[in-house]
Write a protein that binds this ligand. Structure first.
Ligand SMILES: *Cc1c(COP(=O)(O)O)cnc(C)c1O
Length: 235
């Protein structure tokens, strides 16, 4: 039995405290930073325990795993965010079963998500994933290609472009962490200067959320600090 099983409320409050402290250090309101609980590799019961403590937004990376959990948790009013790599043959279930997608990094995927978003649902809320130098994942659009992609995504009828997401390579030095997040914020400001109306910077995880909040994160995506270590090979 893990700590996560015993005390999801303590873990949640500890993460909320970290967010609040970083926000006040940045001169920001804690309520301007939203917590996305990344539940990949953890089962529906773990999500249910955290939901019982008041957490509503959950992030998933693997489609089949996410759909199975959604089915088991259909009785709860949860908001699901897709944050993993997207294969073009998987866009339909993503468009049908998630409120947000953080990992849009090419136009073909965005076009399919828009075309496949059911008419009876609100527009899919999306972030474009930016490849910052030394990014931990292979995904993300290069900075040079970002403006054109953002213009095209913003024009799609069933998507609402909300901002940027990034996964910088893990480093322990706080100044280095901030430098990577600052690149993302500057790209975000650049898009706003181009006329895009954006409000979301999805950046910061368990080990670097403070640096991300100091650089303007509005969504931090936290897994380990809420659920414990993932003992798995695929994440
Ligand atoms: C796994 C994952 C997270 C959470 O990482 P932790 O270090 O466990 O907090 C956040 N974002 C993405 C895209 C992930 O894949």
């Amino acid at each position: 039995m893990t700590d996560a099983y015993l005390m999801p409320d303590k873990r949640l409050h500890a993460v909320q405290d970290r967010i609040a402290q970083a926000a006040s250090a940045a001169g920001r309101k804690p309520s301007d930073v939203h917590l996305l609980a990344v539940s990949k590799t953890f089962d529906a019961d773990a999500v249910r325990r955290l939901a019982a403590c008041g957490q509503r937004a959950f992030g998933e990376n693997y489609l089949q795993e996410a759909l199975a959990k959604q089915t088991q948790l259909i009785d709860l009013p949860l908001l699901w965010h897709f944050i993993g790599p997207i294969q073009s043959n998987k866009t339909r279930p993503i468009a049908e079963n998630f409120s947000w997608v953080h990992s849009v990094d090419r136009l073909k995927i965005a076009e399919r998500l828009s075309a496949q978003r059911p008419a009876d649902l609100p527009p899919l809320q999306v972030c474009i994933e930016l490849n910052v130098s030394g990014e931990a994942s292979k995904g993300g659009v290069d900075l040079a290609d970002l403006p054109a992609l953002a213009d095209a995504v913003a024009a799609l009828p069933r998507l609402q472009l909300r901002g940027l997401m990034a996964i910088p390579a893990p480093v322990s030095d706080g100044a280095e962490q901030r430098a990577a997040f600052r690149q993302v914020r500057e790209a975000f400001e650049g898009l706003k200067a181009r006329g895009h109306v954006l409000d979301t910077l999805s950046m910061g995880m368990s080990s670097d959320l403070e640096a991300a909040i100091l650089e303007g994160a509005t969504i931090v995506r936290v897994g380990t600090a809420l659920f414990g270590e993932r003992n798995t090979t695929h994440a």
